[in-house]
Design a protein around this ligand. Sequence first.
Ligand code: M6R
Length: 362
Amino acid sequence: EKGGYEHYMRKEIHEQPTALRQTLSGRIDLDRGDVDLDLSFPQGYLESLEEIQLVACGTSYYASQYAATLLEEFADVRATVEIASEYEFDGGRDPWRTLVIAVTQSGETADTLGAIRRAAGAGARTLAVTNTLGSTVTRETNDTLFIRAGPEIGVAATKTFASQVTTLALLAVAVGRGRGSLSTADARDVLENVRGLPGAVQQVLDDEARVTEVANECLGSDAFFFVGRRFGYPVALEGALKLKEISYDHAEGFAAGELKHGPLALVTEKTPVLAVLTAGADGSETVNNLAEAQTRGAPAIGVVSDGAETGSLDCALEVPRVGVFEPLVANVYFQLFAYHVANLKDRSIDKPRNLAKSVTVE
Ligand code: M6R
């Protein structure tokens, strides 16, 4: 059932090109520069939309952070993200003009269901973005958008993160087109990059042997720091979550610019820093932050755009050029890194201690 893989997590990491093709299947119309998502927004709804609020937990929360920036960029709409367990709906005078999106792989996360119920109760329009047909969230929202990643068994969310961000990118195009804020030409550019994702992810998977080497070199580390800007920031947070979840090592994600505001005090030659330096992540500015860590002896591992300058990195991992989606592809390196560190330490990868695949208590 694991198709020859030792763990579901590695199988699911490798399923990402297929999962992404399923996510995109039949949804992109390059000629029109538009997408078909089968949503039932009433006539004129998108034009009158005032705000989009995304609510989610864990990995789905980081996917939502990525998506909020995409929505602001493509759809010119205010987009906020909140951790579901902290969320209170505040929809102003006309709550229906706020679209609240619950992003949840399982569709059963109690914190996320609680948040979407509070929003619906206050009169907001609601949308579920989920992987699970027939799940509770689909019965409690006005619309559902399936991410179509296929079943995910490993407790660590991997392929569903990629499919969530990609589905929400399509939604951002739909909203941008509906509001008239995204031109046909710009939409086509975005959609071309989206269509490049399965192949780009495959190239990273083909580079797995290098990640195994890097993981091996890092085994004696005290802690791991992940840094990034813009779309690289949620990916840094997600990279750290993945590593701590399955390896039990101390890992933290930071906005790259924040290193010098405190975390730098923790940096030594035993704290590798993994940085997203690709397009969509303002890499050249992050390189300067990284240099401050390197001065303290920290090994620097950077994910860069194919063919970019790699400067003084101890290790450079390359991703194909897919614009603002490069950090999403960089995340696949972080997934492989977490997997191999945990595997070398012989951890219980598919069922980490203290964790459950779906968290049905608040
Ligand atoms: O099913 P959901 O997407 O609502 O789950 C949310 C989180 O519990 C989940 O992403 C969790 O953080 C993962 N185990 C992370 O790998």
